[in-house]
Ligand binder design. Structure first.
Ligand code: CTP
Length: 476
């Protein structure tokens, strides 16, 4: 087989420095993995460069750093036998070629030195085992013993060794297979897919952080449903997001059916992926219906209901984030809010929308009202073109009303024109329940459109409400 040369992939000056350092240390070294794959896929120059040395990766890294301008620091991870140099926005990671097998109960490899090919064999996929030589004798040559190049052309995810071996060595690779298939639009080889199902329970030894990392990447893809459908098909999903699995299926009682909320959810996620890159809004789309499984009920007269699923769902978001060790911060609160409010614009678009209802929506959603509308628009999955057009138009009208109401009433991030301190001063009273009552009444009057969102009108209203409560304005 003719060896192909890709020295054009090695334009970053760091490669020449690595090559020189390797010659001085008299060891072979190669660029391997994602950098080579992404170059061949024309996905642009990756920022992470993985170097494998036939010898000590740590020694090579130290030599490289000593030759680099500014002598960057080398971070050494002794346990893994790896070292890392950061130079600008590029990260170069060095590892010694290994012949390894993993401890069954953890991801800790038991390492032995090996050749390049030993190392390539132990990598996850053929497309990630592609290596480019940095050695003087064959600089830029592609070393591809498992036909990774062919798999790139065939768009195939395949393991270099028998899939069962590769996946039990490191079960995270089951998620990686699905993530790469989703990101790259590749197919997972059938044998590999079957091996994932066979080894699915081993995912339990993988940390939540790593699983979530892969979920983020799946969600950030162009068509995230590919990944979730594969997680479902391989039966990994119950270990990761059982809340979604619970949405799958259609029940029928007395001829009445509800939609399959799992497949519906995946459509919503794909829809939203077309309109936003906001990862947390994509999470909200994924979780917007999770409250439907525990709230599902059948009533003889009205059929299937999911009463209160938005509230229940928003509570489930917290538990899910906690279980997956995701941040319990403003991102989580945002997802909760989206889930909680996910039906509000729908109700609005169905009724003849009143200004006060729109004002309340804007008040409750605050800065996230646009995101909420984006979520609701993505939620339209009807296959009936007439209905689809009608729903879209209705949401367009709601959006228009939001803009009008906002321009006129400035309700977003509403701060009442009269504060509690203003009320205390006007009536010369100490902090008390009455202040809260007056404040709430002013807010309600503004949201209901009884008074404009302005100081003078609010003050007048405050005086009226105060007198109803037996308070007199104190003259200065
Ligand atoms: N690798 C592996 N098994 C893993 C993780 C990584 O065999 N569980 C190998 C692969 O050869 C991979 C390389 O290590 O290409 C680098 O891993 P990583 O940086 O995590 O992934 P990339 O392939 O570079 O891709 P991405 O940056 O998109 O995650």
């Amino acid at each position: 087989m003719r060896i192909q040369n890709y020295s054009k992939a090695l334009q970053n000056p760091v490669f020449k420095i690595i090559a020189e350092a390797a010659t001085e240390l008299d060891l072979e070294c190669y660029v391997i993995g994602g950098y080579v794959r992404d170059f061949l896929l024309e996905r642009g120059q990756a920022k992470d460069i993985d170097i494998v040395a036939v010898g000590s990766g740590i020694l090579l890294a130290q030599k490289v750093a000593s030759k680099m301008e500014g002598k960057p620091q080398v971070s050494i991870f002794k346990n893994f036998g790896t070292a890392m140099i950061k130079s600008g926005d590029v990260e170069v990671e060095f590892v010694g070629a290994r012949k390894e097998s993993y401890d069954r109960d953890s991801r800790k490899p038991m390492v032995e030195n090996g050749t390049l090919e030993d190392d390539q064999k132990r990598r996850d996929f053929t497309i990630n085992a592609l290596a480019l030589s940095l050695n003087t004798s064959n600089y830029g040559d592609l070393l591809d013993p498992f036909d990774g190049l062919g798999d790139l052309e065939r768009k195939l995810i395949r393991t270099p060794l028998a899939p069962g071996v590769t996946y039990s060595d490191d079960p995270l690779r089951m998620m990686r297979a699905i993530r790469f298939a989703t990101q790259l639009g590749f197919t997972i080889q059938l044998r590999s897919l079957q091996a994932i199902t066979e080894h699915k329970a081993r995912i339990k030894i993988i940390s939540s952080e790593r699983i979530v990392d892969e979920l983020h990447k799946i969600l950030a893809s162009k068509k995230p449903s590919t990944g979730f459908a594969l997680l479902h098909k391989t039966e990994l999903l119950p270990y990761i997001l059982p809340e979604l699995v619970a949405l799958q299926g259609i029940e029928e009682i007395e001829g009445q059916r509800h939609k399959d909320n799992f497949w519906h959810t995946l459509e919503v996620v794909d829809n939203i992926a077309q309109t936003t890159d906001n990862l947390w809004l994509r999470w909200a789309a994924l979780l917007h219906d999770i409250g439907k499984a525990p709230t599902k009920k059948f009533h003889k007269k009205i059929g299937w209901t999911f009463h209160g699923h938005e509230f229940v769902g928003s509570k489930m978001v917290y538990k899910l984030f906690k279980r997956l060790r995701m941040p319990l911060n403003d991102k989580m609160k945002f997802v909760q809010k989206m889930v909680l409010m996910s039906s509000r614009p729908i109700v609005l678009s169905e009724d003849s929308t009143t200004d006060s209802a729109v004002r309340r929506l804007v008040f409750d959603a605050g800065d996230h009202v646009d995101d909420l509308m984006t979520l609701c628009e993505a939620d339209i999955t009807t296959k009936n073109p007439k209905k689809q057009r009608r729903y879209k138009n209705n949401f367009q009208l709601v959006r228009q009303k939001i803009t009008e109401v906002e321009e006129r009433d400035q309700i977003r991030n509403f701060q009442p024109p009269i504060s509690g301190a203003d009320i205390m001063k006007a009536f010369q009273i100490e902090p008390s329940k009455k202040i809260g009552i007056i404040k709430e009444a002013i807010k309600e009057a503004i949201l209901e459109g009884e008074i404009p969102n302005e100081y003078a009108a609010a003050r007048k209203y405050m005086i009226e409400k105060g007198s109803e409560l037996g308070l007199q304005l104190k003259k200065k």
